[in-house]
Write a protein that binds this ligand. Structure first.
Ligand code: KG4
Ligand code: ZN
Length: 322
């Protein structure tokens, strides 16, 4: 059973092919044209998806050695994201589903990220942290399609903070891998205070770390030590909030998903936390199409109905109220 998954929620064009729950092809083309503007320009993102998506889909089919008629299910990200960008992939996928008369699944972007880290056979309930460039959300996964939001960021997303601090340090985009690399050169970390240490709830905050990084940089502290200090504080903060939630709720199983989950120091920190922790396999933590196909495959397998083709894309869509 072949599933095609498409993600065009932001500035990556993602096309994935999953066969019987196994990722066979996962192509991601990241847009570089935004670099000149210092941020993603929505209209340019949409136009680039339009240009890239048909060719990327053909290439994915070619690599899998199948044709469009071999597809059994078609899925795309319905939201949240940039509406113009979403519409390109979503409408393309719906058109394919209509032309091929195949079931279509409209997938929540964060449900895709969670599906990428969700190992076969793991039964809910468990905790799921999604940490990416646009989200830092901690959920209780009650079942497929049923999520309870425990806490989110008050300001910047975790990945956004990595990107902003990388920029301060004169590093490239995306900032996460650059900070991770520079941190390895440090002899010791410059200490950063942990945000929201004594809070009652499960919120996150990263803007204070970014300001602190700027202050320390202006004082002339070494960049590798700053990168390592920032990274340790950002990871320490994520871990502190998530482990408090695990203690309070009694959950012993945790998924960590989203672009930031690729960070090796983060993986090491969570692995030593005494919980059963799962991360996405390599290449599946960042935005991609295979995670959308995986989510659709799971929905299909448990008998959730496909989405009507009349359903539109949406920029704003909380996961806890699908
Ligand atoms: O999930 P993703 O590809 O896109 C969004 O949905 O936002 O996440 C991208 C984010 C970027 O902010 C990037 O800097 C961050 O994930 N990221 C990392 C690492 N690799 C990517 N952050 C920390 N360490 C990494 N190794
Ligand atoms: Zn994402």
């Amino acid at each position: 059973m072949w599933v095609l998954g498409v993600d065009t929620s932001c500035d990556d064009t993602g096309v994935g092919l999953v066969q019987d729950g196994q990722v066979v092809v996962n192509l991601v083309q990241s847009q570089t044209l935004h670099e000149a503007y210092g941020g993603v320009v929505p209209e340019l993102a949409s136009r680039e998806h339009l240009k890239v998506l048909p060719r990327l889909t053909q290439e994915a089919l070619r690599r899998a050695g199948i044709g469009p008629k071999d597809l059994d299910l078609i899925a795309a990200t319905r939201g949240p994201g940039l509406i113009g960008a979403l519409l390109v992939g979503y409408t393309f996928a719906k058109g394919l589903a209509w032309a091929l008369t195949r079931p279509f699944y409209a997938i929540h972007h964060l449900e895709g990220h969670i599906a990428a880290a969700w190992p076969e056979g793991l039964k809910p309930p468990f905790l799921a942290l999604v940490a990416s460039g646009g989200h830092t959300h901690l959920y209780e996964v009650l079942d497929l399609g049923h999520y309870r939001l425990l806490g989110a960021t008050r300001d910047d997303a975790a990945g956004e903070a990595f990107d902003k601090v990388a920029r301060l340090l004169g590093l490239g985009f995306p900032g996460g891998p650059e900070i991770e690399r520079l941190a390895q050169e440090a002899e010791e970390p410059v200490p950063f205070p942990l945000p929201l240490k004594d809070q009652e709830g499960y919120e996150f905050s990263f803007s204070g770390l970014k300001t602190k990084a700027l202050q320390l940089l202006e004082k002339g502290l070494p960049k590798p030590g700053l990168a390592r200090g920032f990274q340790e504080a950002a990871i320490g903060h994520l871990a502190q909030v998530v482990l408090k939630a695990a203690r309070d709720t009694g959950h012993r199983v945790l998924l960590v998903a989203g672009g930031v989950a690729a960070n090796q120091a983060l993986q090491a920190r969570f692995k030593e936390a005494g919980l059963e922790v799962h991360f996405p396999p390599k290449g599946l933590s960042q935005d991609n199409g295979a995670m959308i196909a995986l989510a659709a495959w799971r929905c299909f397998r448990v008998g959730l109905p496909p989405s009507p083709l009349s359903l539109g894309a949406t920029a704003y869509w909380p996961l806890e109220a699908p």
